[in-house]
Design a protein around this ligand. Sequence first.
Ligand SMILES: Cc1ncc(C[n+]2csc(CCOP(=O)(O)OP(=O)(O)O)c2C)c(N)n1
Ligand SMILES: [Mg+2]
Length: 784
Amino acid sequence: MVRQAVVETAGELGAADKLDLLRAIEKKILWLSAWTIHHANHLRPSRDKLKVGGHQASCASVASIVTALFFDVLRPGDRIAVKPHASPIYHAAMYLLGLQTRERLERFRAMGGAQAYPSRTKDATGVDFSTGSVGLGVAMTLFASLAQDHVRLRGLAPADLPEGRMVAIVGDAELDEGNVFEALLEGWKYDVRNLWWVIDYNRQSLDRVVPEKLFAKIEQFFATVGWNVVTVKYGKKLQAAFARPGGEALKDWIDACPNDLYAALTFKGGAAWRAHLESDLGRNPAIRRILDEHDDAGLAALMTNLGGHDLEALLEAFHAVADDRPHCFIAYTVKGYGLPMAGHKDAHAALMTPEQIEALRAAHGIPPGAEWEPFAGLEVDQGALRRFLEAVPWARRTERFTAPPVPVPAVLPTGRRTVQTSTQETFGRIMGELARSDLPLADRIVTTSPDVTVSTGLSAWVSRRHVFNRKEHEDVFRAEQVTSPTLWRESRTGQHVELGIAENNLFLNLAALGLAHELFGARLLPVGTLYDPFIARGLDALTYACYQGARFVLVATPSGVSLAPEGGAHQSIGTPLVGMAQPGLTYLEPAFADEVEVMLRWAFAHIQEPQGSAVYLRLSTRPIAQPDRRMDAALERAILDGGYWLVEPARGAELAIAFTGAVAPEARAALEAVREEVPGAGLLCVTSPDRLFADWRARGAGSWASRLLAPLAPDAGLVTVLDGHPATLGWLGSVRGQRIEALGVDRFGQSADIPDLYAAMRIDTEAIVDACARALVERARGRA
Ligand SMILES: Cc1ncc(C[n+]2csc(CCOP(=O)(O)OP(=O)(O)O)c2C)c(N)n1
Ligand SMILES: [Mg+2]
């Protein structure tokens, strides 16, 4: 029977009617998620015979949570990360809201279709935060909340923009990822607000049903860092059963029931529940009554009536929140709830069979052929449902803001350069000058670093622009006249976000700050610093930030073995390859101070361009002699295109040395030595292996690399060298089919000074000269 939902004159629904509509939505998105996955796996022709996959059980687990949040609780300023494996049910919710198309659902996990995991960049609409690598989307919401505070407290956000809650729907196994706890601790330090994590507590991960009583630990962890923990354990039916005389015994039994037994009985159904309850509690007259009053199906429904599947219980919990404290909701659920694999330990990747989906279709009252119809089989008034969906507050929001770009001046203030200097020192100096300036650019820069602010060159910047904190705090050392070059004043308008040592947090913070223009309508120019080797520590989070299209400047210093005595375990080798291979990130590595100036200015513009990217500058602490030259437009262009001749080769030259970064003195000395024998040899400074390579791949013979190498003889020898993996530049030999000697670092962990280390790694002058000799011998052999 179709139930008429009464729409009151004021346009407000009665609570009962709203609940009916929400229940219909819950049922529909459960169906659509199962059907979308089924369609992709069974009905769409396969060309490669690979499993398509999708997670019907993970979706079912959050059907009620998704319904409650998206269709009733969320408001326009709120932003949400949905656990990766709930992607189909999330897309189903967007479909009902008119934010997703049937075509894209039909192409779930296919080119151009709805993505396997919610994707900010690859899904057409609706996604605030990508998820996929578990734990990262969760923690991202915490840093998004900090970014929101930052733009609001600094008065950068548009005045009419509502303050939003940053919400995550979290798989319980995501809490096994350490980065979640790194974030929690940081959030506590910053007194983070407006943050909700809703944990889908189905007590199942991929492989198994977890035996631990994890909820107790979750409660403790979160309480320790100042969160409010709300447990939504039982639904209204079970609550009513417990309230009956003698009902306590049933509650005690369920509370004591091990997770695996509860899951197994859920899978087996009513008869199995009855058998167990009868044997354990059958003599209790109250339990007897409950058993007698329910048939098997009714008993199964009662016993699995957990809070996370009870819209009333969930809505009550969500709407009861009256403050902006961070909230963790532990919503008890069953993985696969409402589907045949419910409770099975292998539910994670289980796919319903054609027979099972057919039975579900029938049970949902959906006529054959109407599987994609949004309202088919729903026992509510369709007009009322349509009006309700059209009025869902969260869907009527600005999904992405645009913020005008911040102008970048033609030259940055750079201060006085010394004759011998390092690229790191230069970076620090420019940041100090920017801090001093009244450029609008400087007002939008926000720096952040995981406890290496001072050692990566940000002292001068921080001293002038201060550390961001909701609580103001003077530099006590300064007040007590203890001298230090760095003034550490914390203020609500500070422009540096200091993090504890946790590189995952750095990259998630950069991801959040680097999306502030889209999320919060305020353009920030984030600059993150860390030691280059520790990129590896946070690499997945860096990938995550780039995948979301976040824009920031990453300054990694020191790098390579050139930090020398400080080195050993702090050496980085493969980071240039990371920089080249990472989509959404452009890697540049300056050798000289004037290159840093050019690159940094370009970076501030590039991160704001629609077709731009994040930028990674790999810097060094090694002071080196600077070339005596004036920057001009041509040199600038060449630096940004990826390279220029520091010493021009003669036309038809038979040899050239190409180098990147801190090995400039060795490369220059080697060239001088070689020029005695090969006067026409040239020295190529490769300022961005990444840009040079990408351009060569795109344009081949017309590329900058090809044009740079054009003066050399077709069979000239090339020697490449850098303080990093030799593959970074080794490809240069392919540009014109030239013989290559690729020098670089391929071993790790030895402390020493530069002469000893460079010799050991074979990137010193002697090694370069030797490589040149080999290249010439090979060339002669090739000619003979
Ligand atoms: C970093 C990372 N490691 C491994 C995986 C593979 N993986 C996908 S889901 C999953 C288990 C997730 O369990 P839970 O978070 O409890 O989700 P649910 O039970 O809701 O499906 C694992 C290990 C992943 N996606 N990301
Ligand atoms: Mg789980």
